[in-house]
Ligand binder design. Structure first.
Ligand code: CA
Length: 358
């Protein structure tokens, strides 16, 4: 298997195999989905840059350094241009040749099975849900909430703004701050997650993520990272980070090194401005910045599974009194009741909600 043309020729020759098996068999195949990220994604009209992101993520997850792939010539295409079917086939073949070079023949058959428009499934619309309020609690209306999490029944919060950023342990029922550590004035606090008895707090543009002892909130280290920090959650194996784009970055919990990246889309369109996150199983819940919307994202393929309307939590009077910066931002899952705690920047209240059909 010397080049992509050989793979392409093999793919064309194998087309009858696909037809014989039927599209549904291929669509249902997890192997197909795992090995053909572009082929599956191109059906939902990812752009070149987004497809590249997913290929690089696939390489990282297999221990390869993305630049070694070299499958996307820098001047090959407008990065915003949607992939055509042929483009997807060519680059899927090249990706597979690099990632699975020892199994190139099998890869050629898989390309044929997976990298066709009819084989790859379109994204189905997300389930429309809304936030049904169960209970509300007081919340510090001076807290510019950037991260929220519940761990063993204790509520932790990260706040932002220069000179006002902090990490707090908060009493849920009263909103009373039990413990608080302020950040230096040059750090702008962002997302917060817990792993192995340690809290990790992102900062916005400072490239540093301070860590804290969960019991005392004493600062006990820091990670360095590139780019902007927005939301952060921990899925039990890896940190998952947002940066204001439609990209989720998976990070090693011990080193914070990037292990995978995933483009988030809804019915083929990128969902940008992903902000505060909450990991629940194989789903990431994300606030969409400047909106009352939360999206539930599959960590398998970046597709939005549910689109949640969280408007109407504050009354119009509460909203008006809180100012224009008082936007929804803060999701914490309570596994004991399978409910969610939601709040916002500078909000006077925190809500326990259930996501129910609209
Ligand atoms: Ca959270």
């Amino acid at each position: 298997m010397r080049d992509s043309n050989t793979l392409l020729a093999s793919s064309r020759a194998a087309a009858p195999i696909r037809e014989a098996r039927g599209d549904s068999a291929c669509v249902a195949s997890s192997t197909c989905r795992a090995l053909c990220p572009i082929a599956v994604d191109h059906k939902i009209h990812l752009s070149w840059s987004e497809a590249r992101l997913n290929v690089e993520g696939a390489a990282l997850s297999r221990g390869l350094h993305p630049p070694r792939l070299g499958i996307f010539p820098s001047n090959a295409a407008d990065p915003r241009r949607p992939l055509s079917n042929r483009d997807a086939l060519v680059y899927t073949a090249r990706m597979l040749r690099h990632v699975y070079r020892r199994a190139a023949v099998a890869a050629a058959v898989l390309v044929a099975l997976c990298a066709t428009a009819r084989c790859a499934p379109a994204q189905s619309p997300p389930t429309p849900l809304r936030a049904q309020v169960i209970e509300s609690y007081p919340h510090d209306h001076d807290a510019f909430t950037q991260g929220l999490l519940l761990h063993d029944g204790s509520l932790y919060e990260s706040t932002g703004l220069y000179g006002r950023s902090s990490v707090r342990q908060v009493e849920l029922q009263t909103g009373r701050v039990i413990k608080r550590v302020d950040l230096p004035p040059e750090l702008f606090g962002e997302g917060l997650a817990e792993a192995g008895g340690r809290l990790v707090q992102l900062t916005w543009r400072q490239g540093v993520a301070p860590t804290y002892d969960l019991a005392t909130l004493a600062r006990n280290g820091e990670f360095k990272f590139a780019g902007e920090g927005w939301g952060l959650c921990y899925d039990g194996q890896q940190f998952i980070q947002s940066d204001g784009s439609n990209r989720l970055t998976f990070r090693d919990p011990a080193t914070f090194a990037v292990t995978r990246q995933l483009a988030v889309s809804q019915e083929g369109r990128p969902v940008n401005a992903l902000n505060e996150l909450e990991c629940v199983g194989d789903t990431v819940y994300a606030n969409v910045w400047l909106t009352d919307r939360i999206v539930a994202i599959s960590t398998a393929n970046g597709a939005v599974r549910a689109d949640i309307d969280a408007s109407g939590l504050l009354t119009p009077a509460e909203r008006a009194a809180s100012g224009p910066d008082a936007i929804l931002n803060g999701i914490a899952h309570d596994p004991a009741t399978n409910t969610f705690l939601l709040t916002g920047k500078l909000w006077p209240k925190l809500f326990r909600v259930r996501f129910v059909p609209r």
